[in-house]
Design a protein. Structure first.
Length: 361
């Protein structure tokens, strides 16, 4: 008999956990914070997956949310800010735990389904991409908005965004949100199901006698609906025109020089947004996208971790979180002289580019 009987639920570490039929269910339950992933949540998910791996009753796992607004709004940036301010290395432990979880999910021996309804941002986007089967509703909004706070798209975005070419660069630099229709168009999702059908779909999954990947996809297939047209698809020519350049300066110049009447307003708005972000974060984000195109997922994740471990020393992340969450003045004072940090970062990128060459060879 399993220690946790069917339908028995428990809540801890801002997670709600239960087994229904053959389905293990983990609901993100930090609702007031839009399920921003705390270190305890990351560790709790990992530990629960370890437990279920040894339980024959659990044939598959579902990760979803108890929030009506968000699947997950990203990592716990306030925690990272506080730990750095107190001269602790806890922020490095957070990144290490987060990346260990993502790798564990990808390698997990049982199917892991994720159901997305609401905001899917930053770390939440990375968590969703690590899962084996992604289901999204029409209410979902996806983004990697890290440059807004002086950071860079991480949690595997160096891999999954770089495969989208100019669109990936656009998403990495601007942090703009895209719809579930856009995400399906970009092949970042598997299925589109109406939000109102999520509960019924969960019931169908938990009622199944067998939950291997083939059966799971058959069940979900009975609920899929056609999404609205992708707005991003309609923008493809525009994005290809402006976001295929090698440097940030060239991208900005291209936007500034836009002459086509229907695109001028969009180009000016996009340029303004880019110019509000710190240069170092933008240049690093662009560099990661370029290097990541020729690297395996494993090497992309390693490169991100190397940058993470030194990034908070640079200061723009701390200033970005201060302006957005601490003082809430929305007036960050970005660094203008990053010479010393640029040298340290160049060493990391040189190692990444060496891996890039080795991968191509």
């Amino acid at each position: 008999m399993n220690a946790q009987t069917q339908h028995e639920a428990k809540s801890e570490h801002d997670l709600s956990i239960q087994i229904q039929g053959q389905l293990g269910m983990i609901a993100l339950d930090r609702v007031k914070h839009l399920n921003a992933l705390s270190l305890e949540m990351v560790q709790g998910i990992y530990q629960q997956l370890e437990t279920w791996l040894e339980q024959d009753q659990v044939q598959a796992v579902l990760i979803h949310s108890n929030s009506p607004k968000a699947f997950c709004a990203g990592g716990d940036i306030r925690y990272l800010y506080d730990s750095f301010q107190t001269d602790k290395n806890d922020y490095r432990d957070y990144f290490a735990a987060e990346y260990a979880l993502l790798e564990y999910i990808r390698q997990y021996k049982k199917p892991i389904i994720v159901m997305l309804d609401g905001f899917v941002l930053g770390g939440g986007f990375g968590l969703a991409q690590a899962c084996h089967i992604q289901v999204s509703s029409e209410k979902s909004r996806f983004a990697m908005p890290e440059t807004i706070i002086g950071f860079f798209p991480d949690v595997g975005a160096t891999h999954f965004l770089s495969r989208l070419d100019e669109v990936g660069v656009y998403m990495a630099l601007t942090g703009e949100q895209i719809s579930s229709s856009d995400a399906l168009y970009l092949d970042l999702l598997d299925y589109h199901v109406q939000s109102e059908q999520f509960t019924t779909l969960q019931t169908a999954l938990s009622s199944a006698q067998t939950l291997n990947e083939r059966r799971i996809r058959e069940i979900i297939g009975g609920f899929i609906t056609d999404p609205a047209p992708s707005q991003l698809q309609a923008m493809a020519e525009r994005l290809n025109k402006h976001f295929g350049f090698a440097t940030l300066d060239e991208i900005e110049k291209s936007l500034a020089d836009e002459k086509y009447p229907n695109d001028i307003e969009w180009a000016q708005k996009t340029l303004h947004a880019i110019q509000q972000r710190p240069k170092m974060a933008m240049q690093t984000s662009l560099k990661l996208q370029q290097i990541g195109q020729s690297l395996s997922l494993e090497k992309c994740m390693k490169l991100e971790r190397d940058v993470q471990d030194i990034w908070l020393e640079q200061g723009d992340f701390i200033e970005g979180v201060r302006a957005l969450l601490i003082d809430k003045d929305k007036n960050p004072q970005w660094k203008t002289d990053n010479t010393a940090f640029e040298k340290k970062l160049a060493t990391v990128f040189t190692a990444g580019q060496k891996q890039q060459v080795e991968h191509i060879e």
